[in-house]
Write a protein that binds this ligand. Structure first.
Ligand SMILES: Nc1ncnc2c1ncn2[C@@H]1O[C@H](COP(=O)(O)OP(=O)(O)OP(=O)(O)O)[C@@H](O)[C@H]1O
Ligand SMILES: [Mg+2]
Length: 510
């Protein structure tokens, strides 16, 4: 049981200007869930891309079952029984569930000289695979493009199983899932472990590590820090291993003088996900918008920012009615917006950190359409320092940053734009503990010292409770509850988030 199925030793990996892994190591036993954690840019994704054949190490040794192996490409790793589920799922939306599962290895039927895909067998085998994972309500004939994220991920897992994977790698699998999808993912992971599959699990959520993993390995700055049995370690120990220091205050909320109303929305309406929404946010105030994924929080934020203009209702800024038909108009009125989907809405990934950071503040760095490079660079380096963005410098292309560091660029871009109102949709998703508390500290400071009004959407209840002066709860496109900071507890907010049916289903599961 203690011998390793997979063993990586003395791994080095360079990218231009970065040493992503230095003498790093990592081993996985058969039938264990092994969590790989560390700050943004620590080298986690690089490590698993080496395991899955996407990258080749500059130095070091990989052993599988005691034998040294080299994976020249992902296909070779796959043939050795290693399957990976990436954040950006690799499925074909136009094909069905069954076709995706059996892509590249469909059952074949022979008619004399002709060989053809055996569609019936493919569908029934796909059904069997899903049934093995206790997934019964997924139509194997449905096009993958019509499925939600949770179901698409289940298709990926079934696909890995159809390839007889012995090692399954998951890179931040819960980042975009609803709570019930997370529960279902956890039961699938446990089922696979019972069957002897080894799972490498990357996450920034330490509670998941404690709930799911057997062992945990910490990387810091590309180096191996240590491996522990999960039952013998604590959250505090893991955090100090990750950041090299202890973090005192996870939610450093400052008391702020709450001022005048900055944003007021009245009967904002764009069904189905924004129905007759009315609320306000004051200067210096952080208002948390809680709700389940799909309750309409992001859509409401997008209506206010002009991404999805309202059908009816009013938006008032500092008491004056404004019309916002597109994001540029929102920006002109002093609204900033950190979107949920950093990849598509937040960044221009082919441009540098400097260009991305200053995009929202072009006015302050440009004079007569002439952009002041030096000023831009100054702003960008300040952001890099403030949020410890791990990069070669302000001229690095955003695409080359680790996932969490890209999120930091989006956040700093809007913090630099001096907005009056800042809407933040999952501002710390995928961000490590150190940078997370730094983002929280900046939010709190801007609210308290500069009177910034903040509307924060978050699916993490501790973040909502820790950071908000007031909490609004949405459910099925409507505002259903409001709590002051003093009234709000995990229980009452969670209760308000759930509909009667969800409450019953959750009760039945417990
Ligand atoms: N293709 C690449 N080109 C250049 N640099 C890269 C490339 N991929 C990763 N890096 C750099 O290597 C370092 C490690 O990145 P990696 O993606 O492994 O971090 P991570 O631990 O997965 O972080 P996160 O938690 O943010 O996802 C970072 O400094 C990153 O910028
Ligand atoms: Mg990563």
């Amino acid at each position: 049981m203690t011998t390793a199925l997979l063993d990586l030793q003395a791994i080095d990996k360079h990218f231009p200007g970065v040493r992503a892994l230095k003498d790093a190591r990592f081993d996985v036993r058969q039938g264990e869930v092994h969590a790989l954690i560390g700050e943004n840019g620590a080298g986690k994704s690089t490590m698993i891309k080496i395991v899955s054949g996407v990258y080749q190490p500059d130095a070091g040794e990989i052993r599988l079952d005691g034998e040294q192996v080299h994976f020249a490409n992902p296909r070779e790793a796959q043939q050795a029984g290693i399957a990976t589920i990436y954040q950006e799922l690799g499925l074909y939306p136009e094909l069905t569930v069954a076709e995706n599962i059996f892509m590249g290895h469909a059952p074949i039927r022979k008619h004399g000289f002709f060989r053809a895909v055996d569609w019936e067998r493919m569908e029934s085998e796909a059904e069997d695979l899903l049934a093995e994972l206790n997934i019964h309500n997924l139509d194997v004939g449905a096009k993958v493009g019509t499925l939600n994220v949770g179901n698409r991920q289940r298709v990926e897992i079934a696909k890995a199983l159809s390839l007889d994977a012995r090692i399954l790698i998951m890179d931040e699998p819960t980042a975009a899932l609803t709570e019930s999808d997370v529960e279902q993912l956890f039961s699938i992971v446990r089922l696979l472990r019972e069957r002897g599959v080894s799972i490498i699990y990357i996450s920034h959520r330490l509670n998941e590590v404690f709930e799911l993993a057997d062992r945990v390995t910490v990387l810091r700055d590309g180096e191996y820090i240590g491996t522990h049995d999960v039952k013998d370690t604590s959250e505090g120990e893991l955090i100090s291993m990750m950041v090299g220091r202890t973090i005192e205050n996870l939610f450093p909320k400052q008391d702020a003088d709450i001022g005048e109303v900055v944003l007021e929305v009245r009967d904002l309406h764009r069904p189905p996900l924004t129905q007759n929404i009315s609320f306000s946010v004051r200067a210096g105030e952080i208002v948390g918008l809680a709700g389940l994924v799909g309750s309409g929080r992001s859509e409401t934020a997008q209506v206010i920012f002009g991404v999805l203009p309202a059908e009816s209702g009013a938006i008032l800024l500092n008491g004056e009615a404004v019309t916002i038909q597109r994001p540029s108009e929102a920006v002109e009125h002093g609204i900033g917006y950190v979107p949920e989907d950093r990849g598509h809405q937040g960044l221009v990934r082919e441009m540098t950190i400097r260009e991305n950071t200053t995009m929202a503040v072009l006015d302050s760095v440009s004079k007569n359409t002439f952009i002041n490079r030096a000023k831009e660079r100054l702003l960008a380096s300040r952001s890099i320092k403030q949020l410890s963005i791990r990069a070669t410098g302000s001229e690095q292309i955003v695409n080359k940053l680790s996932g969490g560091n890209q999120q930091k660029v989006v956040v700093s871009k809007w913090l630099a734009s001096n907005p009056k109102l800042l809407i933040m949709d999952e501002p710390t998703r995928g961000v490590d503990v150190g940078a997370k508390s730094e983002i929280h500290r900046l939010m709190s400071q801007l609210a308290a010292e500069e009177g910034l009004a903040i509307l924060m959407i978050s699916s993490e209840l501790p973040e909502v409770l820790g950071m908000s002066d007031r909490i609004l709860v949405m459910r099925e496109g409507r505002l259903v509850a409001e709590f002051s900071r003093a009234e709000a507890t995990q229980e009452v907010v969670a209760h308000a988030m759930m509909s009667e049916e969800v409450r019953q289903a959750a009760g039945a599961l417990a």
